[in-house]
Design a protein around this ligand. Structure first.
Ligand SMILES: [Fe+2]
Length: 275
């Protein structure tokens, strides 16, 4: 007998390199169909296909529309039940930020308000605070992708706390939660979950093997450790609101973020984060 520990899932994946031939994600349509099949079998019902926009991969809306149409037809032909749309894995470079401010709906999820943003790999410029502020002024709601994989934030999450206080939302990668992205990313993802600093889990899937489009195992792990309600919030309710460009429902109270008694001059996170 199959025992279902949790209700049937309707998981929404906001970060997924599903479109063929655009970046270091799916190389071709067959792989995209295979990724879609794995995702649907795993309980994912909606996917935002998010090609990179960085100094290696150009963000080309025409090429994206063409790849999207080809994939949509292939999903229909293969009877894969998935609702898909497009967004962008938006690198926070100066040129990208200026272009997004000039064209606020070019990079956002489903042409709505929410924008996935990726930090530079090395160093965190002081200008990032300003960048988040300017994106907000232009009407965009930034969702910071995988802060748990950033070495600077792993050492000191103060900047993340600052950004969250001005409304930046956070997305953690499912494979980090499961320990497949290294010890530091695993440890930080669990600290973020424990403190309720996570608004979304997403796969950041690139292929069918090493970076697969699966959410269920991470959903189960979060449900077991932090409660079924929180797992549902960050895997279903919140990402569906983003997919449909709605305001997020009331969120769990984050710990260690707004308390007046937290003295940021003391390295409180070294105790809390066991570093
Ligand atoms: Fe990505």
């Amino acid at each position: 007998m199959v025992v279902c520990r949790y209700p049937p899932m309707n998981m929404v994946d906001l970060h997924h390199h599903l479109l063929p031939g655009l970046d270091d994600g799916s190389p071709d349509l067959d792989t995209s169909v295979a990724m879609a099949q794995i995702a649907a079998s795993d309980g994912i019902t909606h996917i935002v296909a998010t090609p990179h926009a960085n100094n290696i991969y150009e963000f080309d809306p025409k090429a994206i529309a063409s790849a999207f149409d080809a994939l949509q037809s292939a999903l229909l032909m293969n009877r894969i039940e998935l609702t898909i749309t497009t967004g962008c894995d938006f690198h926070l470079s100066y040129d990208n930020i200026q272009d997004a401010i000039a064209h606020p709906r070019k990079y956002t999820i489903h042409g709505g308000d929410y924008l996935l943003v990726e930090l530079p790999d090395h160093g965190l410029s002081p200008h990032l605070d300003e960048a988040f502020y300017e994106l907000g002024l232009a009407g965009m709601k930034p969702i910071l992708t995988h802060p748990e994989r950033n070495p600077t934030l792993q050492r000191d999450p103060t900047r993340l706390a600052d950004w969250m206080r001005i409304g930046v939302l956070t997305q953690v990668t499912t494979s980090s939660v499961l320990g497949h992205m290294g010890r530091s990313a695993e440890r930080m993802s669990h600290q973020l979950l424990s403190d309720r600093w996570v608004h979304f889990l997403a796969t950041d899937a690139h292929n069918t093997g090493s970076r697969p489009p699966r959410m269920r195992a991470a959903y189960d792990a979060v449900a077991k450790k932090y409660g079924a309600s929180y797992a549902q919030t960050i895997c279903e309710t919140n990402p569906l609101a983003v997919f449909e460009n709605r305001i997020l429902p009331e969120q769990p109270n984050p710990l260690h973020l707004y308390e007046d008694d937290v003295d940021l001059s003391r390295p409180w996170w070294r105790t809390i984060w066991k570093r």
